[in-house]
Design a protein around this ligand. Structure first.
Ligand code: ADP
Length: 296
């Protein structure tokens, strides 16, 4: 059963920006990756799901309940880690989590203490529980963000660009945590980092300019480009010439030279070798149909 169903979702801001344009998605249990460049509409989508913004049109249901109408019902089942996650300076992790638990309606003090301790342990923050969250590293802060999102055992967890700014070790630890929590609930991860989706999400969609332009399983999407990707190392002059005649989807600097990735039904010219697509190629091929060529 698809737990979360989105049909024909549109949103235009008062200044005329059409942030979402007829988005439809069906999202099962597990981790779902919403991938897209900055400005694609991801945060707008997440804020609507989190009942913090209203769509102009469209139908959103979670377990059959209309999200835009049953906001209280949804909020009691929702965990949200927003992109900008502010904390009060000087307040310890334990106290802040307890305070947020009260706001989430956990009125019993013993229950709260039990849940706060369990979440601090689960996110590997228990030993730092008396430290102010405002002094945490980026990775610790994001783990705290997940701890607060998990208060009250949510069935739907929304995390908006959670790994931007984390170092590789912090990112890895955060990925493990997200994988663990997504085993039994719906977790939606919005990001512009292809690797996050590749590592974590059995299902994904690519959002560009407010529209879903591709969706499916990462391995199916990469498989669909089989036999159509070619690469060659070129000079800047050769690259300029190639761009006029073939479909360049990405360029990559390798040891001071440029490796060019080309999408073509057959070998686009001498010196090109075939290679298997990664999710990054799928993403860039999708974007390049709509925007300029990506450079990575
Ligand atoms: P993303 O999260 O993918 O970067 P957003 O949902 O933040 O995308 O933004 C989608 C589009 O809507 C962008 O063009 C952005 O500038 C615009 N936008 C976002 N919030 C507002 C707002 N409050 N008022 C007007 N335009 C907005």
């Amino acid at each position: 059963m698809q737990r979360l169903k989105i049909e024909g979702l549109s949103k235009t801001y008062p200044n005329g920006t059409r942030a979402l344009d007829n988005v439809s998605l069906e999202i099962p249990i597990g981790m779902f990756g919403l991938l897209g460049p900055n400005g694609a509409g991801k945060s707008t989508f997440m804020r609507i799901l989190a009942t913090l913004a209203q769509p102009d049109s469209g139908r959103l249901t979670f377990e059959g309940y209309d999200i835009t109408r049953e906001t209280t019902w949804l909020r009691s089942r929702l965990g949200y880690l927003p992109q900008d996650f502010g904390v009060y300076p000087g307040v310890s992790a334990e106290r802040l989590l307890d305070h947020l638990a009260v706001l989430k309606g956990l009125t019993s003090k013993p229950d709260r203490r039990e849940q706060v301790n369990a979440l601090l342990q689960r996110t590997n923050l228990y030993q730092y529980r008396r430290q102010a969250v405002s002094t945490f590293s980026g990775g610790m802060r994001q783990r705290f963000g997940i701890a607060q999102a998990l208060l009250g055992n949510p069935q739907l967890v929304i995390v908006d660009e959670p790994t931007a700014g984390l170092d590789p070790a912090e990112r890895h630890r955060f990925h493990d945590l997200l994988s663990e929590i997504s085993e039994q609930i719906v977790v939606i991860l919005s990001t512009h980092i292809v690797e996050d989706v590749h590592d974590l999400c059995p299902q994904m969609a690519i959002l560009v300019a407010g529209r879903v332009v591709l969706e499916g399983k990462p391995e199916t999407l990469t498989h669909s480009l089989r036999g159509q990707l070619w690469r060659k190392t070129v000079t800047p002059e050769e690259l300029a010439e190639l761009q006029d005649v073939v479909h360049v989807i990405a360029t990559r600097r390798v040891a001071g030279r440029i490796q060019v990735h080309v999408l073509a039904g057959e070998r686009p010219g001498p010196g090109f070798e075939a290679f298997d697509a990664g999710l990054e190629d799928v993403y860039f091929a999708t974007l390049s149909g709509r925007r300029e060529v990506a450079s990575c």
